[in-house]
Design a protein around this ligand. Structure first.
Ligand SMILES: Cc1cc2nc3c(=O)[nH]c(=O)nc-3n(C[C@H](O)[C@H](O)[C@H](O)COP(=O)(O)OP(=O)(O)OC[C@H]3O[C@@H](n4cnc5c(N)ncnc54)[C@H](O)[C@@H]3O)c2cc1C
Length: 442
């Protein structure tokens, strides 16, 4: 039996290949109310569409059941007479606990839970310093991760599928205004093919430009396991452009490693001193949070990013950094509040990459990027969206402002009359953020 989780594909799938070696396979997905109830609508729709695509690739043989995996997995294993349940390992805190519980429940029926591979090229916990301790800084982790190497893609298999009756699938609807791209393994492989053939050589120069289609857009595919990173890594060479892309794939693995070693970092600042940072709450803070979430801060680069999230369930990486910095350092709100909002709306929402991406921007995490480095939302916009195309795409109120002038609508108030005033003064709030940092040092 193959219990699918974050590996919703058929190709380059180590656990499925191993299951297929043992004979006909039952493919199961369990919709776990614990995860489903906490998910936002975007994530639910992503899951259902991913399952649809997988089921179609399996000629309709995917078995979907709803309930606690601790009960459902042993029950299905019993019904189908399975002796082994194969999984790809899950290294996130809830997944680890769930799998330990399921393993115990299966053992009561003399069924084994066999973990083969994971959603990562190198499993979290494997790359360590020479003294055995985990890395806290990315660049040395990257070198050691490359040195450790990874397996070649696993040969594709065509299992002979067993079947049982599925439960009725739950339904979910996208929030009004959100459009998602096509979802599934074949679509993702096509996306990779196009990126690898046409775009990757420009990646080092274009990847920070939200006005260009310069990144691979594969984060959703990697999050749901429509592709395995090994498939991508196998096609990278030693050129600079390919190395830059390999580094980005490694950030995902680095953050999974950090979360594995410090599971509390999903909720708390990794740097203990930063846990005492003074943040705002109350009615003004709530109103500012709402303005940020709805893309009405009066800072075009920030607002375009937040409106992109509400329209596409995705934001460009450069803009994620800027909107996160703005929430923490200009609005003085907890990074956890922003991270939850992202998890609710992102189609690639991933606990390790998201929480640590937020901690990076907040200056509370692993990286050397310190708290006192505060992004200027206007200069970031001018630098990375030099013609203003990105902000005009998401903010129709700025349509009349040509070129980079779209980043400074306050200079042409008559042409941007419908666009909101700035809710805070960046230079004032920057000083406030630094003053709060100084309090921690005293
Ligand atoms: C505040 C914040 C929150 C984030 N939340 C998430 C999240 O929930 N899920 C998520 O997948 N990424 C997250 N990221 C990382 C990054 O923004 C996205 O992975 C990237 O924008 C996805 O677009 P892409 O696939 O075109 O990336 P590309 O530039 O094509 O990169 C290729 C792949 O590398 C990985 N990657 C690239 N940059 C990072 C990074 N900084 N951290 C981790 N992985 C990276 C992703 O899997 C990505 O698909 C976050 C970053 C920040 C600053």
């Amino acid at each position: 039996m193959m219990w699918f989780r974050r590996d919703l594909r058929l190709n380059d799938h180590a656990a499925l290949a191993r299951a297929a070696e043992t004979g006909p396979v039952l493919g199961l997905f369990v919709i776990d109310p614990h995860l489903w109830d906490k998910s936002g609508a975007v994530r639910r729709v992503c899951l259902l569409r991913s399952l649809d695509a997988l089921n179609e690739a399996m000629d309709g043989q995917l078995v979907v059941r709803v309930g606690s995996p601790t009960e459902v997995v042993p029950a299905v294993a019993k019904d189908v007479g399975a002796s082994t349940v194969f999984i790809s390992a899950d290294f996130a805190p809830y997944g680890q606990q769930r799998d330990a519980d399921v393993e115990r429940a299966l053992l009561d029926d003399q069924v084994a839970l066999e973990s083969v591979g994971s959603p990562y090229a190198v499993n979290p916990g494997v790359v360590r310093k020479s003294d055995g301790t985990p890395y806290q800084v990315f660049t040395p982790f990257y070198r050691a991760w490359c040195d450790s190497g990874w397996l070649a893609p696993v040969a594709n298999t065509t299992p002979s599928w067993l079947n049982l009756v599925s439960d009725p699938w739950p339904t979910a609807e996208l929030p009004a205004g959100v459009t998602l791209p096509a979802i599934g393994e074949q679509t993702s492989l096509d996306l990779w093919r196009t990126f690898h053939t046409d775009l990757i050589d420009e990646y080092p120069d274009h990847r920070d430009r939200p006005d260009l289609a310069g990144t691979s857009s594969l984060s959703m595919a990697l999050r749901w396991g429509h592709v395995h990173p090994r498939t991508l890594l196998a096609e990278l060479n030693d050129s600079r452009a390919h190395d830059v892309y390999r580094r980005e794939l490694c950030w995902r693995e680095f953050y999974a490693d950090v979360l594995f070693h410090v599971p509390q970092s999903a909720r708390h600042s990794l740097k203990p001193t930063m846990q005492a940072m003074r943040t705002d709450s109350g009615a003004t803070a709530d109103a500012r949070f709402a303005a940020w979430a709805e893309g009405r801060t009066g800072y075009p680069f920030v607002d375009a990013g937040m409106r992109q999230l509400l329209a596409e369930g995705w934001i460009h990486n450069r803009v994620r950094m800027v909107v996160a910095s703005f929430l923490v350092k200009d609005l003085h709100l907890d990074w956890q509040r922003g991270a939850s909002h992202f998890m609710e709306w992102l189609r690639d929402g991933d606990i390790a990459s998201n929480q640590h991406g937020w901690q990076w921007a907040a200056g509370t995490g692993t990286d050397a990027a310190p708290y006192f480095r505060v992004f200027n939302p206007v200069m970031q916009g001018v630098k990375f969206d030099p013609d203003g195309d990105y902000v005009r795409k998401y903010i129709p109120e700025l349509a009349q402002l040509p070129g980079a002038s779209a980043h400074t609508p306050w200079d042409a108030p008559l042409l941007a009359a419908e666009y909101p005033e700035r809710i805070v003064d960046h230079s004032v709030e920057r000083n406030e953020a630094l003053a709060r940092l100084a309090e921690l040092k005293n």
